[in-house]
Ligand binder design. Structure first.
Ligand code: FAD
Length: 400
């Protein structure tokens, strides 16, 4: 009898952790992993590459470190859509891949909410190519200043004042002094501006922690502007402030105002909202028990407030453990188990040695929060990449 095919889409926090768990379980199935890249990216550190405080190879590692070739076939390819009825995955420049069981873990894409010009002029923190573009763009703008001394070249604006925005701004405030020296620009002309519709930043934290974060960034030179971004063109951002439309000149505009689940989810005809599928308790898709969706493409409802949990690496990795169990259970005709999320806390960095966060109900800020952040990052690396990868990355130090 031919073996069943278990196909995993995406080698991110959810997909790769699921594969790692399944490989340990040694199911009687052919495992197939599909990703557009042959490396795993620690997405939670992308803002560092965007700001230029880390190199891309510091936050990526080869999938070879996790894949057991005796059990798993890796296909490097870009998924276009899933044909749920034919049970096939369609890829760009590759023949379709058949599955008996499918796990979708394709992560997020930036959401522009139809804001004019955003897809053309806005930059976003989404993957290695997009953050490399941000780093180069900022450097190019600083270089251009030398030719024409136009101040907007030295202005970096960030749309949104949530988690990703603050983490990026924290790194940027540390990078800017180095850029000033490197490109010999007029330091008094350099500005970092953050535009957000409400005065309340970091909504996932309590007011005191959020205010601490905003205060620390202000101290490092970030200016906060209250306004709703309504459009962008080359060098100019339009935003609504009350009844007025105002403009802001900036050579660089980084959008952190929203994300949605992978566009593959929409293209495959799943019932979804902003690329996220409301999955059953056991993470399967309503009407398709053979398909599980986890991570940023899934929506799991928090029973306490009836709203979907925020998308995080933390929930993706916990879902992965449940998904691996359930895929194996399906194969063995055993009952699946429900996914239960255990919130462990969250920490938002504000540069290398500062952060705010909440861990196991304890509020943290400053250096202790920053140390906690590094502990969490290293724990994720160990849980997916394993100890060998940690050693290769030299991540036993807290000053990675
Ligand atoms: P991902 O880890 O994003 O993986 C998706 C995978 O799918 C990738 O390997 C990608 O290459 C692949 N892929 C995508 N599209 C295709 C395609 N069409 N074909 C083939 N392959 C494809 N969460 C936290 O818990 N804590 C944090 O501190 C934190 N900080 C963050 C900081 C930043 C700057 C950002 C951007 C996010 C942060 N998050 C954090 C959120 C977290 O990164 C995501 O929730 C998490 O990455 C989701 O995991 P995932 O498995 O769904 O997808």
């Amino acid at each position: 009898m031919t073996k069943k095919q278990m196909v995993i889409l995406g080698a991110g926090y959810g997909g790769l952790r699921t594969l790692k768990k399944l490989q340990k379980m040694k199911p009687n199935a052919d495992l197939i992993l599909i990703d557009k890249n042959n490396y795993h990216c620690e997405t939670t550190s992308l803002h560092e590459v965007a700001a230029g405080t880390a190199d891309s190879d510091e936050i990526c590692y080869s999938l070879n470190l996790v894949i057991d070739r005796k059990q798993t076939t890796f296909i490097q390819g870009t998924v276009q859509y899933v044909d749920k009825e034919a049970r096939r995955v369609f890829l760009r420049d590759h023949e379709p891949v058949a599955y008996d069981y499918l796990l979708v873990g394709l992560g997020f894409e930036p959401e522009y909410f139809g804001i004019k010009g955003m897809d053309r002029y806005g930059l976003s923190i989404a993957d290695i190519p997009s953050v490399t573009k941000i780093k180069k763009h900022i450097e190019n703008e600083f270089k251009k200043w030398k030719d024409d001394h136009r101040q907007e070249h030295l202005v970096v604006a960030v749309g949104g004042a949530g988690f990703t925005s603050f983490e990026f701004l924290g790194e940027l405030t540390q990078r800017i002094p180095k850029l000033i020296t490197k490109f010999q620009v007029d330091s008094s002309s350099v500005r970092i501006q953050c535009i957000e519709p409400t005065p309340r930043a970091l909504p996932m934290f309590n007011r005191k922690l959020a205010e601490y974060g905003a205060h620390k960034l202000s101290e490092s030179g970030v200016e906060f502007v209250i306004g709703r971004v309504s459009g962008i063109d080359a060098g100019q951002i339009y935003y609504r402030s009350g009844d007025q439309v105002k403009t802001l000149q900036a050579g660089t505009f980084v959008w952190t105002g929203g994300v949605s689940g992978s566009s593959v989810v929409r293209a495959s005809g799943f019932a979804q909202r902003r690329g996220r599928v409301a999955v059953n308790d056991d993470l399967s898709v309503p009407g398709h028990p053979e398909i599980l969706i986890i991570g940023d493409c899934s929506a799991v409802i928090n029973p306490e407030d009836g709203r979907p949990y925020p998308t995080t690496a933390q929930i993706a990795m916990q879902q992965a453990d449940c998904a691996a169990y359930n895929l194996n259970a399906m194969l063995e005709d055993a009952p699946t188990k429900p996914f239960v999320f255990k919130f462990m806390g969250t920490v938002c960095s504000l540069g290398r040695n500062d952060a705010v966060g909440e861990i196991m109900g304890r509020k943290l800020k400053g250096r202790p929060a920053s140390i906690m952040k590094k502990v969490i990052e290293n724990r994720s690396l160990a849980k997916i990449g394993g100890v060998e990868t940690m050693m290769k990355k030299g991540r036993f130090s807290l000053n990675k």
